[in-house]
Design a protein around this ligand. Structure first.
Ligand code: SF4
Length: 147
């Protein structure tokens, strides 16, 4: 019998997780829905406060999640292959944390039991971003509060 007292993300590898467990790892911070700039030489990633036009900035959810890759070809689906080198994801991202051998933070809904704990912890980008349709040049929108 599996030890169900230990939460699944501590007793299973990413490879072993079910579809529902995998999906539940996303905390809804929406940090991966803002545009990033990257120095091709150093791989330094710079986050902007410009969000994808498919992001519901209030709720931190994609407005068309099933079709996002078709509508936004640059949208990256997080897979095991992607997580072999997750440097471009925010350091707080649950997938990156687990891929790097770290645990989930206290404010993660799987630990707090409350989806709003992400907002209370200041981790969701809602109310602090601008839609790409109105932003102009990305270089004018670099921010240092996404990590
Ligand atoms: S950065 Fe990670 S945890 Fe946050 S919305 Fe994107 S996939 Fe989910």
């Amino acid at each position: 019998m599996p030890n169900t007292a230990v939460p699944f993300w501590r007793r299973k590898s990413l490879e072993e997780m079910s579809h529902d467990e995998w999906e539940s790892l996303c905390d809804g911070c929406a940090k991966c829905c803002v545009y990033r700039l990257e120095d091709a030489d150093t791989r330094q990633v710079y986050f902007t406060n410009v969000h994808c036009r498919l992001l519901d900035a209030e709720q931190g959810r994609c407005l068309d999640y099933p079709n996002r890759s078709t509508r936004v070809p640059d949208c990256v689906t997080i897979t095991l292959a992607v997580l072999r080198d997750p440097y471009w994801l925010p350091a707080s991202c649950a997938y990156r944390r687990l891929a790097e051998g770290r645990d989930l933070p206290d404010w993660h809904p799987l630990i707090s039991g409350d989806p709003d704990s992400v907002v209370r912890a200041g981790q969701r980008v809602c109310h602090r971003t601008i839609c790409e349709d109105h932003a102009g040049h990305l270089e004018s929108h670099l921010v240092d509060w996404i990590e």
